[in-house]
Ligand binder design. Structure first.
Ligand SMILES: Cc1cc2nc3c(=O)[nH]c(=O)nc-3n(C[C@H](O)[C@H](O)[C@H](O)COP(=O)(O)OP(=O)(O)OC[C@H]3O[C@@H](n4cnc5c(N)ncnc54)[C@H](O)[C@@H]3O)c2cc1C
Length: 494
């Protein structure tokens, strides 16, 4: 593997060299690869300056105390743009597409997956809002501004419930899932009750995108996304979990006790949440594949560095069994990277690319941010007419077949990446397991970090079920919102 950046010790190949498909893509969008390279370099510098050195110490501290959180690191990330990745350029963010986010996650995770997850979970919290036009840009503008001011507001995505994890990540399973949360219609909005579990950034986030059914007897038809202010009455954090890996990012159980959410903080339309969740996962699973690639690469690089630099270890490089293991690691890292980039490019170009390139949406950046707070503008943006128009726009910009295919490739990248991260860290640990050198502690941490890649954003089993349905059986899922949807007086999607 030829290095892009020998100074940082990275073994990742230059993007154009690694992905021939990017060269074709450049003909369509001349800046696409240049922007990817820029983000990769930016993330690599941030990882070298802020993550690598503190990774083990943060893992130790958060292992002892799961509520420990490194706000200084988050502030540094805010200054270096790591909190603005998914924020639209219209509100002062980077407006990164899927491939850019993925390349950034690989770089950060090669240094420290736990700290990187803070930025990844923040982006995931933002993702559902991007499907809702400019309605929540006032909040996103505050989020962008808070990072610039050095007092960052974090975001989180709350889907999983105490009795429903896999079930809320699949359209069919959701219909039968044991859902215990509920969003009840009240004057002017909805009242949210229930619990959400294992929410990354949940205990430190200021804003959360939360999914609940309006009618628990029909969860799939009434699954709805809400934007919740963590300072709302009735919201509390029950606990931060003791984690095995990626510890620097807290996973929390959250309690909603009649939390009021006004109508204009419903994200999308009532009942559109199930399809929207899967669209969000189709765009975020390539980044999970990239997290896994970063972990595998980090383990390979640490092992190789130790084998080359340590007088006690150098003789191991002479052994053919070790050479074969190293060759297999390189193969697997390469495969994991190809899979996530393939899925990400598919999302950016083939499925959701049309929506992001829309000139009308782009021109909204000319509207000053304060305008999004005007009551009349908010009324118009949250009206049924605008919401139907947005749904219609999305359906015209892409198709269920294209989004389903993206979901299949994203699930493939996620599942394959998770297994590769596990096997590469396992092999690396076995080789270094004979030593007392510090590399062993780093590899042991990466092995624990890798395990989570097989679990979150849907377990690998669930993701392989999606791969079967989409890429083997050729199913097309109804993921895009219908162009019209009405709710009855109880606020339930009809
Ligand atoms: C550290 C951490 C961070 C997380 N962060 C977030 C977050 O930020 N936001 C969020 O919403 N969620 C988050 N999650 C939740 C995560 O997405 C779920 O843990 C995951 O979806 C699995 O759900 P579960 O834990 O309830 O397991 P279960 O659904 O109970 O699954 C248990 C086992 O059964 C298998 N299984 C279940 N159903 C099926 C089926 N139909 N077919 C085949 N096999 C099946 C699963 O594959 C798994 O092996 C996080 C989880 C962890 C551990």
């Amino acid at each position: 593997m030829s290095a892009v950046d020998t100074a940082s010790g990275s073994t990742a190949p230059a993007l154009r060299e690694a992905f021939p498909r990017l060269r074709q893509l450049e003909r369509l969008d001349r800046g696409y690869v240049r922007r990817l390279e820029k983000q990769q370099l930016r993330a690599r510098r941030f990882a070298d300056d802020h993550l690598r050195e503190v990774a083990l110490e943060m893992d130790r501290r958060t292992g002892e105390d799961p509520s420990h959180f490194d706000w200084d690191l988050v502030r540094a990330g805010g200054r270096d743009g790591m909190l603005g990745l998914l924020l639209p350029t219209q509100v002062g963010g980077s407006g990164c597409l899927t491939a850019q986010c993925a390349v950034i996650m690989e770089e950060l995770c090669a240094a420290c997956p736990g700290l990187a997850l803070i930025f990844g979970a923040h982006a995931l919290g933002i993702a559902p809002l991007l499907l809702d036009g400019p309605l929540h840009w006032d909040v996103l503008g505050e989020v962008a501004e808070s990072a610039r001011q050095g007092e960052p507001m974090l975001m989180a995505f709350a889907l999983t419930e105490p009795d429903a994890g896999t079930d809320v990540e699949d359209l069919d399973l959701l219909a039968k899932g044991r859902i215990s949360s509920r969003a009840r219609r009240v004057p002017g909005g909805y009242s949210l009750s229930g619990a959400k579990r294992f929410i990354s950034n949940g205990s430190v986030a200021r804003w959360l995108t939360v999914l609940m059914p309006v009618d628990p007897s029909r969860p799939a038809e009434t699954w709805t996304c809400f934007l919740v202010d963590a300072q709302s009455r009735g919201f509390s954090v029950a606990r931060a979990e003791h984690k095995m890996g990626q510890r620097a990012c807290p996973a929390a159980e959250l309690v909603f006790d009649e939390v009021f959410v006004p109508d204009d903080r419903v994200v999308g339309r009532v009942g559109d949440g199930a399809g929207a969740t899967l669209i969000v996962l189709a765009t975020s699973r390539p980044a999970v594949g990239a997290i896994a690639t970063g972990i595998a690469r980090g383990a390979y690089e640490r092992l190789l560095g130790w084998l080359r630099d340590s007088p006690d270890a150098r003789h191991l490089l002479e052994r053919q069994s070790v050479q074969l293991r190293l060759a297999t690691m390189v193969e697997r890292v390469h495969l994991a990277r190809q899979a996530y980039m393939d899925a990400a490019v598919e999302v950016d170009v083939a499925s959701l690319g049309g929506a992001t390139r829309n000139p009308l949406l782009r021109s909204l950046r000319l509207v000053p941010n304060r305008v999004h707070r005007w009551p009349a503008v908010r009324r118009l943006a949250s009206s049924p007419w605008t919401r139907d128009a947005l749904a219609g726009f999305l359906s015209r910009a892409t198709s269920n077949a294209a989004v389903t295919r993206s979901l299949g490739l994203s699930s493939l990248a996620k599942a394959q990446g998770g297994d590769i991260a596990m096997s590469v860290t396992d092999d690396a640990l076995e080789i270094a397991g004979l030593t007392d050198a510090p590399v062993r502690a780093e590899l042991e941490k990466l092995w624990r970090d890798a395990k989570l890649c097989q679990i979150y954003e849907g377990t690998n089993q669930l993701n392989r079920i999606e791969v079967y349905r989409t890429l083997v059986a050729g199913e097309t899922m109804a993921l895009l919102p219908p162009s019209q949807r009405r709710v009855d007086a109880a606020g339930v999607a009809a």
